[in-house]
Write a protein that binds this ligand. Structure first.
Ligand code: 3HC
Length: 293
């Protein structure tokens, strides 16, 4: 019988972490949301305010419900505030050394039965698990962007994850209104392993001037019924995040499909990170709305 988790933590309040914190608080859980400093915390809070305000303005959320959601989230700059958490979901940038440092710290702070989950999309969950003294309680819980909207959670088990931990996390995903798929620990899991070869190919078509960004995106939206074209989706995911995912998958599999198209690294270096920086393949005049320039 799965444990009903009620006290949870989220570490990292970027696009994904803030979305995950929102999903957890909306489902009635008590959330401690931790960022590295006050500025990052204010930005994370801003993501949550933007997302919930948008839901209020569309008549999807009551202002009182929004206040209740915020009432369930404690914002903090200290990992020590996670000492009571039954589950912590880490959602910091995709850098192994940063994640292992956080896992090692959480291992010291949290009770021995706390589940430590990572939202990594391509790094090894097994490698993270051995940074702790509790590898059997470490698991992947991979959400999709935008987390409040996308229904899937990939639950990633390692060769030592305890079955009860998998059950607890699967049960939580269902309480969050998500559909879970449970898989082993391989870069890209299911969705990214299939998606990123396609995205990379679309970028290379654009880079080789085979077709315009608008035509590439229109072809996939209107010809294949996807909600968004691949270049717009790259901007949503974030060019830096997309690069890290492709690079990790390429290093692991040596599959040429995943060798990042050169322009991705160039855009990243130039700070064209997609929606979050205001410019990627497209330019974004205001938050969330694409404007072709
Ligand atoms: N946060 C919260 N809610 C959001 C949102 C956001 N950032 N963006 C959109 N929404 C909500 C809207 O409020 C709206 O809700 P409603 O139906 O209850 O009113 C609903 O989503 C639809 O939004 P819109 O009408 O504004 O726009 P669209 O119909 O074009 O949908 C979209 C936007 C949901 C982003 C859709 O275009 C889509 O599904 N795109 C594909 C996204 C995708 O493929 N994500 C996976 C990326 S890969 C990944 O995340 C893995 C990682 O490891 C990188």
């Amino acid at each position: 019988m799965a444990r009903e988790l009620t006290e949870v933590g989220v570490v990292g309040l970027g696009t994904m972490g803030a979305g995950i914190a929102e999903v957890l608080a909306r489902a009635g859980l008590s959330v401690t949301a931790v960022e590295v400093n006050e500025d990052a915390l204010a930005r994370g809070r801003g993501h949550l305010e933007h997302s919930t305000d948008r839901a209020v303005s569309r008549g999807k959320l009551d202002p009182a419900e929004r206040d209740e959601i915020f009432g369930r989230i404690r914002f903090s700059t200290s990992l020590e505030d996670l000492a009571q958490a039954e589950l912590v979901i880490e959602a910091v940038p995709e850098r192994m050394e940063l994640k292992t440092e956080i896992f090692a710290a959480l291992d010291k702070i949290c009770p021995s039965d706390t589940i430590l989950a990572t939202n990594t999309s391509s790094l090894s969950v097994t490698e993270l698990s051995v940074a702790t003294g509790r590898p059997s309680k470490v698991i992947g819980m991979h959400f999709f962007n935008p987390a409040p909207v996308m229904k899937l959670v990939e639950v990633v088990q390692t060769v030592v994850t305890e079955p009860s931990v998998i059950e607890d996390v699967e049960a939580l995903a269902e309480r969050l209104g998500k559909v879970d798929v449970t898989i082993g620990d391989r870069a890209g899991f299911i969705a990214n392993a299939l998606l990123f070869g396609y995205l990379n190919h679309a970028v290379s078509m654009y880079e080789n001037r085979y077709a315009s960004r608008e035509d590439i995106d229109a072809a996939m939206r209107l010809g294949c019924g996807l909600p968004m074209g691949p270049l717009a989706l790259m901007d949503l995911i974030g060019i830096d995040t997309a690069y890290e995912i492709l690079d990790t998958m390429y290093k692991q599999s040596r599959n040429r499909l995943h060798a990042p198209s050169p322009i991705i690294k160039q855009m990243m270096t130039a700070g064209l990170l997609g929606r979050k920086s205001g410019r990627g393949f497209y330019t974004y005049a205001q938050r969330d709305s694409a404007q072709v320039v």
